[in-house]
Design a protein around this ligand. Structure first.
Ligand SMILES: Nc1nc2c(ncn2[C@@H]2O[C@H](COP(=O)(O)OP(=O)(O)OP(=O)(O)O)[C@@H](O)[C@H]2O)c(=O)[nH]1
Ligand SMILES: [Mg+2]
Length: 346
């Protein structure tokens, strides 16, 4: 599962990538920048305080920052064929939008940028559909696919991203192979100057993002880069000085995690306390397979305690007494924050 950083040239994608991953990728490099970020999780911290395990492991999200697009920035087109191909490979998109004056001092135009970037994604999808329909019209069969694609064309022609159409799960399945960009979950990140880091997201940007079916937040990539360089002990004081309650990094990472439709189940013990990322809707037997393929194969049952019950009651024994330890079978749908012991036999 990975999140692709996208947006117009010079919006600050590489700066955001570096600030969030703590890496020092070169903006001008020709390769992809790949970074893995641990997802901050207060539940894992709390469990680690109780179990004092040898190892504490957080869930992770991968980010990819693409090399600058080839086309000239003044043409304001970013999606050449190579970039489109790279973006289709990402499971969710973060669009970085410039919220600071450009090098020439021109003020930012984030709402307009959002709109024109959305048009780029829509056009890329429309091109794919038209090509496919051309094929389908010459062939027999594929009626359902053809009808669906034909229904999408007018929406795309009026600039409507596919993610706003409320497509049914069967329709999404039918479309999965196309990897449509305007159907990908989208998080808009307005990259604001350091002085605006504590300001709320401007209303017009929030409204525009909502119209595109996207989540949105503001952060100052430069400030986050500075915070990332501080000793953890100094961070809180620094954030308090700026009237920030937490670093935007934590909010950003959680938002990205949710964007991928990931939830975490938890495992505990003296060896390790750990958060495991799974797609929402994953069954117990498949979740077991994340831990080890033997546990999936030999799955007997899952012993589940909800995190809230555990912290309220304080121990596994008390949860058992209070009837808060549930025995679940293979098809149980694992919930965010489930603490699970898998029983298995090989
Ligand atoms: N003033 C100011 N400049 C910034 C900020 N964030 C990034 N920049 C500058 O904007 C320029 C572009 O930033 P990058 O992070 O390279 O932008 P990018 O989106 O990766 O650009 P490409 O990869 O070329 O498409 C750099 O000179 C940055 O130093 C900011 O918050 N304020
Ligand atoms: Mg870059």
């Amino acid at each position: 599962m990975k999140v692709g950083l996208t947006g117009f040239p010079g919006a600050g994608k590489t700066t955001v990538f570096n600030a969030l991953t703590g890496l020092h990728a070169e903006g001008a490099g020709s390769g992809l920048n790949l970074g893995v970020i641990k997802v901050p999780d207060a539940r894992v911290d709390a469990l680690a305080r109780i179990y004092e395990p040898r190892k504490t492991t957080y869930a992770e999200v991968s980010f990819v920052d693409f090399p600058p697009a080839r086309s000239a920035p003044e043409r304001r087109t970013v999606l050449d064929a190579v970039t489109v191909g790279q973006l289709r490979d990402a499971d969710a998109l973060v669009e970085v939008v410039r919220g600071f004056p450009d090098l020439a001092g021109a003020p930012p135009t984030p709402a307009a940028d959002l709109e024109s970037f959305a048009a780029e994604l829509v056009l890329a999808d429309l091109a794919v559909i038209e090509k496919r329909l051309e094929r389908l019209r010459k062939e027999k069969g594929h009626e359902r696919e053809r009808a669906l694609l034909e229904r999408l064309v007018p929406s795309l022609e009026t600039g409507t991203p596919l993610r706003t159409l409320g497509l049914a799960p069967e329709e999404r399945t039918l479309l999965a192979g196309f990897a449509f960009l305007s159907l990908r979950p989208l998080l808009v990140v307005l990259n604001v100057p350091e002085t605006a880091a504590a300001a709320p997201l401007p209303g017009e940007v929030a409204a525009r993002a909502r119209a595109e079916g996207a989540e949105a937040m503001a952060l100052s990539a430069r400030l986050e880069a500075e915070i990332a360089e501080l000793e953890p002990a100094d961070r809180d004081a620094f954030l308090a000085d700026l009237s920030l309650s937490e670093s935007a990094r934590a909010r950003f990472i959680r938002a990205s995690y949710a964007l991928l439709d990931l939830v975490s189940f938890l495992t505990v013990g003296e060896d390790e306390c750990r958060a495991w990322p799974i797609r929402r809707g994953t069954t117990a037997v498949k979740a077991a397979g994340k831990v080890h393929s033997d546990i999936e194969r030999g799955f007997i049952r899952a012993e589940v305690i909800a995190y809230e019950d555990f912290v309220r009651l304080g121990s596994e024994a008390r949860c058992r007494e209070a009837g808060k330890l549930r025995l679940e079978g293979k098809d149980y749908v694992v919930q965010d924050g489930d603490i699970i012991h898998f029983r298995f036999a090989v």
